[in-house]
Design a protein around this ligand. Structure first.
Ligand code: GDP
Length: 459
């Protein structure tokens, strides 16, 4: 995942420090050298690395460390604060909605940056939070861009405004060109905003054309669309994998269209993360979202402090809790907690809980938000989602009575369940055993607390 090698290197820089009691100037310089190398290896822009390490050095040599009871921890805290700053702490803000809808969001960026994919995710996210978005296909350059947006829109359940396929609408009379989408992207954007006003869509997301490199014609088209519809947000989408080119590309788009916010895409890949760590600080524009995969839900609101904690392997419990709150039904959770304390929590309840947790996304991503888990990355990467599938299959092969009261599952029932779910009897035994232990433990815990949340204990 992105940042993993940066995280490792930073951890090791701190580990070297931790073996010291008092910190000398040369200890601090050694650590700063390591941090510097880690950042450069992660493709962070040199100018950013320089100012970042200079600030850390100045603070680390100052009184807040020398007078601290725990100087090493103090240094880590300083790095955390400065990293948060680099990621845009000063400019951090949520998406800007128009006072009078529709809110107009325009996407800009190079071809392949992930704009079309993001349009779908953003639309899905907005819809999920009660908005009525409209996606607009104003990328009339790339073959299939319109179709791609239509596919994405359909998947997200968000309507798409697209020009008629094959109709050339800018030359006065319409000319049909088979298999091709032509037309004037500025007109498409303008018409879409009109449509949104009439049909009361409250947000309009405009996908624009990108090119393989920055060029003036591309910028002009984006500017023309911008000037025609006056967006509330112009989001610059940047592929986190582009490394050292990030700064130049971001600067070019900043000058070209004066974007208002940044979206980092492909943070799930092998991106070394340099773009993330450079763009906010170089442009002074906030990072609003990150895109972390090809699925509609692989999308997160960006928070500099949380990202800094994740990079330093201090975890991101806030995001985890928010995702959980969105998915978990409170009433259901309360009922489950009650059952737990009564000792009547059955495998059917367990299956429900398991499915709720799975709605949060791949287990790997969830576990990655827990502090200190970076050290277990190898195991996480090997985490087998199919193990969870198997658990589900086993429970599904049980009768309702068996799920409610697993104690009735004798040898012949075990064989039937194993056969039904395509696993071995010992796999069924293992699940039952783990469930029994977990149930016992839960009962103890919840008796002590007089209730409480059901455990997220894995299979
Ligand atoms: P556009 O040209 O800017 O519209 O870029 P697309 O949305 O077509 O994305 C280009 C490619 O990157 C497609 O194959 C997408 O599936 C892929 N992609 C987009 N966002 C992500 C992401 O966050 N993670 C990964 N792994 N792939 C992505």
């Amino acid at each position: 995942a992105a940042f993993s090698s940066l995280t490792d290197k930073l951890s090791s820089a701190f580990k070297h420090l931790k073996s010291k009691g008092k910190l000398s100037e040369s200890d601090i310089d050694g650590t700063i050298r390591e941090i510097r190398r880690a950042l450069l290896d992660a493709d962070v822009a040199l100018s950013v690395v320089r100012s970042f390490t200079a600030r850390i050095r100045e603070r680390a040599l100052g009184t807040e460390v020398s007078q601290s009871l725990n100087p090493v921890q103090q240094v880590v805290k300083i790095v955390n604060e400065e990293l948060t700053d680099v990621l845009g702490a000063g400019v951090d803000r949520p998406l800007n909605f128009a006072k009078n809808p529709p809110t107009i969001i325009m996407l800009a960026g190079l071809q392949g940056a992930g704009k079309t994919t993001l349009a779908g995710k953003l639309g899905y996210w907005l819809k999920d939070s009660g908005h009525t978005p409209l996606l607009v296909a104003a990328d009339l350059q790339r073959p299939n861009a319109v179709t791609q947006l239509q596919v994405v829109g359909e998947r997200a359940g968000v309507p798409v405004y697209a020009p008629e396929k094959g109709v050339q609408s800018d030359g006065g009379e319409d000319v049909t060109v088979p298999g091709m989408t032509t037309g004037d992207p500025v007109k498409v954007a303008r018409d879409a905003v009109e449509l949104a006003k009439q049909k009361l869509y409250d947000t309009v997301i405009i996908d624009t054309a990108g090119r393989l490199g920055v060029d003036e014609e591309l910028m002009k088209q984006a500017r023309d669309i911008r000037d025609a519809v006056q967006p509330n947000e112009i989001l610059f989408v940047i592929d986190a994998m582009i490394g050292q080119d990030a700064v130049q590309t971001a600067k070019a788009f900043d000058e070209g269209v004066d974007f208002t916010g940044v979206v980092l895409s492909k943070l799930d890949g092998d991106a070394r993360g340099g773009a993330a760590l450079s763009v906010a600080s170089v442009t002074g524009k906030p990072i609003l979202f990150t895109s972390t995969g090809e699925g509609l839900k692989d999308f997160e609101v960006f928070h500099p402090d949380r990202m800094a904690s994740r990079i330093l392997d201090m975890g991101d419990i806030m995001t985890l809790i928010e995702q959980a709150q969105k998915q978990f039904d409170e009433e259901e959770a309360r009922k489950a907690a009650e059952k737990l304390s009564e000792g009547s929590f059955g495998l059917d309840d367990f299956l429900d809980q398991l499915q709720q947790v799975r709605k949060l996304g791949p287990m790997k991503n969830l576990l990655g938000m827990i502090p200190g888990m970076a050290a277990h990355r190898k195991e996480l990467e090997q985490f087998d989602e199919r193990e969870v599938d198997r658990t589900e299959a086993i429970i599904r092969s049980m009768t309702p009575a068996e799920r409610r009261d697993p104690s009735i599952i004798d040898g012949s029932r075990r064989r039937r369940i194993a056969f039904g779910s395509g696993v071995t009897v010992s796999q069924v035994n293992a699940l039952l055993q783990r469930f029994e232990q977990a149930a016992k433990m839960m009962k103890r815990v919840s008796n002590n607390n007089g209730g409480g949340l059901p455990g997220f204990g894995g299979p």
